[in-house]
Design a protein around this ligand. Sequence first.
Ligand SMILES: *Cc1c(COP(=O)(O)O)cnc(C)c1O
Length: 393
Amino acid sequence: MTIAPVLPTYNRAAVSFERGVGARAYTADGIEYLDFGAGVAVNSCGHAHPHLVQALSEQAAKIWHTSNIYQMPGQTKLAERLIAHSFADTVFFCNSGTEATELAIKMARKFHYVNGAPERVEIITFEGAFHGRTLAALAAGGQEKYLEGFGPKAAGFVQLPFGDHQALETAIGPNTAAIYIEPVQGEGGIRPVPHQCLRGLRALCDKHGILLMFDEIQCGIGRTGKLFAHEWAGITPDIMAVAKGIGGGFPLGAVLATENAAKGMVAGTHGSTFGGNPLATAVGNAVLDVVLGDGFLDNVLRQSINLKQKLERLKDQHPTIIEDIRGSGLMMGIKCKVANIALQKAALDEKLLIIGAGDNVVRLLPPLIVTDADVTEAVNKLERACVALEKAN
Ligand SMILES: *Cc1c(COP(=O)(O)O)cnc(C)c1O
């Protein structure tokens, strides 16, 4: 037998980590890495945040899992807090981003169904999008490389070029249910949607009576310096998918919705065995304690400016390696002139963890607790990585 014991669907780097503290992760040999990937924007509060460790430990000693057939006070509390800090009137909890996408799609279709327009099933998405790996989420993402070989693509998805307003106007028809978009594209290469475009989408959805849905699975929960990225544009969606950072490393996802958008989702129409169980929501509540704490988002903004300035300087110093710096908050992309995996590898050699993305970009997604010293160190490591690449070329 030659197949790996774990299904070989990942290209893994030859390194593993035994423990972590803040923005640092350590191998079993005690080698320190600066973690500017945060497990793909998941470890929002850094590794082993004392408040999260305490919340998880205390809950673990009480009860881990009951079932959504019973009342769950921790889940209700987390929902109420998310509602108090967003556009939403109601929240569903699941375990991952792709499940959140799945429900967003179902909810949009059900909304039109109960409104007497069952033909409105089509979801409009955008080129470069990533919404998850279930069959419906893959159809929404529309990326051929992920769809190939997995049978017929789920019906009811229309994908448009990124930023083509004319295509959008003509694509909305009698079968359209919703527009689904990441306010800042993550996997697609850290491409922020201009605020004006988000406002335009809101107006378009209102005009046509369709729903606006945001995928804030990567850009939400403080990543851009606001709790949710769309807040920068001054508009709100009808439905929003959240995951990654909300669990701080514990698997947790959520769908936030207005009462109107959620009106078809009555008892029995959706569910999850694990979704929002006591352990998960204890951690989720602890993450919110931290992220909504005094000055937390101010630090995200401050470090964002700090990081961006230093990266711009790096770009000027290494024009054969770096083409462009882009992003929002602590969701920063370096568009490379060399292969992005080469820069990622050179950074790994310098003990800096960063993450590849589409459009030949590497992503910097540090935990939101990073300090001046962390940012300086990360950019110094990147600098050495650039020098190493220049020497090799
Ligand atoms: C990661 C991600 C997903 C999928 O989340 P999973 O938890 O891996 O299912 C969906 N959308 C966006 C924007 C993401 O970044």
